[in-house]
Design a protein around this ligand. Structure first.
Ligand SMILES: [Zn+2]
Ligand SMILES: [Zn+2]
Length: 220
């Protein structure tokens, strides 16, 4: 397998958010390590050998091993709790990557602006809603890896032309990219009963709030 192919598979599985450039740099190595750790039963060394390539193909074809997924859900994201503040949001320093739930990492929601903010914010309510949607959808959902937004600070929100009161600025919105948008929309409609559902050409924007209604919109 070439490095580019590995980067593609790692991105598809949600472990890599860097450029698909064929360069086996620090980001790729870290992604390989995260994958090896999560897959289980293989050496965690950040070096993609035959064993890791085989595991990558297996994970893409059949998903991650269930036993490992369960183990991860029980322990691996306890680390995130230290970032949970009294406002009900995780405040995560920009360089930090922790697992927020079974299928959500901090690197997937960090503000994508440059030199704009020191920490990213996401509400526990949004994290829990994401996991409900992800479990029901049953396939990988990408956010920042696919060019979507999780948290956007006010500076970056202006840069990308985000809405004046965008829920991305309070950590209450996520842009979901997926393989099957219609299938995901059906799932989102089941779970978002108090929040936002925005349908775009690239995927679906979801937001949570406590206002007692759903704001629906369609672009493109
Ligand atoms: Zn920012
Ligand atoms: Zn959005």
């Amino acid at each position: 397998m070439t490095t580019k192919q590995r980067q593609n598979l790692l991105a598809y599985l949600g472990y890599y958010s860097g450029n698909i450039d064929g360069i086996y740099g620090q980001q790729t190595k870290a992604a390989v390590e995260r994958f090896q750790e999560a897959f289980g039963g293989i050496v965690v060394d950040g070096l993609a050998g035959d064993e890791t390539d085989k595991a990558l193909r297996h994970a893409v074809a059949y998903g991650m091993p269930e036993a490992v997924a369960d183990k991860m859900s029980a322990t691996a994201y306890a680390d995130a709790e230290q970032y949970l503040q009294p406002d009900g949001c995780y405040h995560i320093p920009r360089g930090v990557d922790v697992k927020l739930s079974k299928n959500l990492w901090a690197h997937e929601i960090h503000c994508q602006g440059t030199g704009c903010c020191k920490e990213s914010i996401i509400s526990k309510q949004m994290v829990e809603m994401f996991q409900l949607i992800r479990d029901d959808y049953g396939e990988p959902i990408q956010i920042a890896q696919a060019g979507g937004s999780g948290y956007r600070c006010s500076i970056h929100n202006s840069e990308v032309g985000g809405a004046y009161a965008s829920l991305h600025m309070t950590g209450n919105a996520l842009d979901l990219h997926c393989r099957d948008k219609d299938k995901l929309l059906a799932v989102v409609n089941r779970h978002i009963t108090d929040g936002e559902i925005g349908v775009y050409s690239w995927g679906i924007h979801v937001g949570v709030w406590n206002r007692g209604f759903v704001n629906r919109f369609t672009y493109g």
